[in-house]
Design a protein around this ligand. Structure first.
Ligand code: HEM
Length: 310
């Protein structure tokens, strides 16, 4: 492979050429595989530890739902679940269009959607109680669980968690741009391009039978991982064998840059292949999520009424 030489040529591009390539650089950034950010990962970890501690000490009566901190946690959890409704309201009501960015309300929705139920679990000491409180508890857990599934689906059809909704046409266009650019960049590495084309063909599986399509969908994660690993190895070995006069630092930069481009190309194909599927799932999720939410509101009202009247 003469990818090194090809890359060198690209490193010496004129300012005009560099400007023309700028959108490709942002596409490469946009299509890097998404890894959970450290902050998100840490908050999931803290919530899991709190769930574990609450569950293992249930029944020890540190808190009681009727008074003190236990009661306060019930009010806090209930209030958070009311406050998280400001997100759908901010999104839908014209009246609220000046009340902060939607992104912020969405972030708040997801945080309160986890913290609210956590407070309620401590409020009820992780145990079942009367029929009305059990119904409210199960509705809450179902809606919160459904919210987490919704978050996953939402991410698959938006440009990041807080970006605008993507469209299949746009994704196809991006995938095509990344493909063309990479083909130019490593024109003299046909094995690399062939391997990517095979992955694309198998993943998009246009015209294939249903059983083949299902099998390929199920193995997508594994095929993606295997192809990425093989191409990383290929790039590393080729660059090493063609090292020439470049410094180790230059070769490292070159390898990273090529790896990122290959990652972006693979990720763009994966997104094109999954988009319609996730879009359908997300609209089905919306249809299911709303009645679940209404059940939660109803059971919450009955619960609050019952505990204060009887
Ligand atoms: C008890 C807790 C929760 C309640 C009561 C709740 C309620 C709602 C409601 C009423 C909607 C609007 C549905 C519609 O437009 O049809 C919604 C949307 C959504 N919720 Fe929640 N939710 C909760 C927890 C969560 C959690 C924990 C997450 C994720 C971490 C989450 C993520 C989402 C997402 C992704 C949407 C769709 C946003 C969109 O289409 O713009 N929710 N939720």
């Amino acid at each position: 492979m003469h990818a090194t030489a090809t890359m060198n040529a690209q490193m010496n591009t004129s300012p005009a050429q560099a400007t023309a390539r700028a959108p490709v650089a942002s596409l490469i950034e946009q299509y890097q595989p998404r890894i959970l950010r450290l902050g998100v990962l840490l908050s999931y970890l803290v919530v899991s530890v709190l769930l574990y501690l609450g569950w293992t000490s249930r029944g020890e009566q540190y808190l009681t739902a009727e008074s003190g901190l236990g009661y306060a946690l019930g009010i806090a959890g209930g209030s958070m679940m009311l406050l998280l409704l400001l997100y759908p309201l901010r999104k839908k009501l014209r009246l609220m269009r000046h009340v902060g960015p939607v992104k912020l309300w969405f972030r708040l929705h997801m945080s309160f959607g986890v913290l609210g139920p956590l407070c309620i679990l401590y409020h009820c000491d992780f145990r079942l109680g009367s029929l009305n409180s059990n119904v409210a508890l199960f509705c809450m857990l179902t809606v919160a669980g459904s919210g987490l599934i919704g978050r996953y689906l939402y991410m698959r059809i938006h440009k990041g968690l807080y970006g605008s909704k993507a469209s299949l046409e746009e994704l196809r266009r991006d995938a095509q741009t990344l493909k063309q650019e990479l083909a130019e960049r490593v024109a003299s590495a046909p094995q690399l391009l062939e391997r990517l084309d095979v992955f694309e063909k198998q993943t998009l599986c246009e015209g294939a039978q249903l059983s083949t399509r299902v099998a390929r969908k199920l193995t997508l994660g594994f095929r993606l991982w295997r192809t990425r690993a093989a191409l990383r190895r290929f790039i590393r070995e080729e660059i090493r064998s063609q090292a020439g006069t470049q410094t180790p630092a230059e070769l490292r930069t070159l390898r990273r840059s090529l790896n990122r481009h290959v990652n972006a190309r693979l990720e763009s194909v994966r997104q094109v292949a999954g988009f319609s599927f996730y879009e359908k799932l997300f609209s089905a999720w919306h249809i299911l999520h709303f009645p679940l939410f209404l059940m939660l509101v109803l059971s919450g009202i009955v619960h609050v009424f019952a505990v204060h009247v009887y």
